[in-house]
Design a protein around this ligand. Structure first.
Ligand code: CA
Length: 248
């Protein structure tokens, strides 16, 4: 078995998304990132931050908690629904309960304003180092997936159902990938829009429905026959593999 790295898994420049409504703080963070030879992109509210996150897939997010409109907690929750990207939160309150909330909500680190640029630089570096070693471990993990019905070669993007190759579009492949990587888990339509379409706001849930229909048809998963892909009314979908699953 050979391991093939997808091109997108080889990062050359580090992209840091800075979600911060105070322009002077955002600029300070951007400079710290630039000093470490990374690219910092600034979004001044949560909605734009999330949009940018799904389009750009940054390597790290620096997230202010006190944002206008959707606050940092909500942004963090949305990011964590789908991604293990390191998140460093910035808060104006030096409160123990806020710190605990941050870390239990899935933030990786925490800084209280005002902070020094050197401390910020050190935190960013530590987070990136940690996530880069994790990424190497993941990319060498699995190249194929197999259960009693389905076989997927991730690197070759080849899908077989009962041994027969099935041609899927890029979107269908990504949708399948998302289901297969979350076996037995109920996935919300919104989550699929974010993960597969990278666009949680611009397009409607009916897009998910139609792509699921096409995927079902191509893979021979009829709703009435086998319940491999179950529609959960008012919520989303759940993939349940047939038989044992194997990854190699
Ligand atoms: Ca703020």
């Amino acid at each position: 078995m050979t391991t093939t790295l997808h091109p997108e898994q080889v990062e050359t420049t580090t992209r840091v998304l800075i979600i911060e409504d105070d322009p002077s703080i955002a600029e300070a963070v951007r400079r710290v990132v630039a000093k470490q030879h990374g690219t910092g992109v600034v979004a001044s509210d949560g909605r734009n931050g999330l949009r940018n996150f799904f389009e750009d897939r940054p390597n790290l997010v620096v997230l202010d908690i006190g944002l206008p409109g959707m606050d940092g907690w909500e942004v963090l929750e949305r990011i964590r629904d789908l991604s293990e990207v390191p998140v460093l939160i910035l808060t104006a309150h030096d409160l123990e309960q806020e710190k605990v909330r941050g870390l239990t909500s899935g933030a990786d680190d925490y800084l209280t304003k005002p902070f020094g640029v050197q401390e910020l630089g050190a935190r960013i570096q530590a987070l990136l180092r940690r996530s880069q070693s994790a990424a190497v471990a993941t990319s060498s993990e699995s190249t194929t997936y197999r259960d009693a019905n389905l076989e997927v070669d991730w690197a070759a993007r080849e899908v077989r159902v009962d041994g027969e190759v099935v041609g899927l579009t890029k979107l269908e492949f990504q949708l399948l990938q998302t289901f297969v990587r979350h076996p037995g888990q109920a996935l919300a339509t919104q989550q699929l829009l974010e993960q597969v379409w990278n666009d949680p706001f611009g397009i409607g849930p009916e897009r998910v429905k139609f792509t699921v229909l096409r995927l079902r048809r191509k893979l021979g998963w009829q709703e009435d026959q086998k319940d491999v892909l179950e529609a959960i009314r008012g919520y989303g979908y759940r993939y349940t593999p047939m038989g044992d699953t194997m990854t190699a």
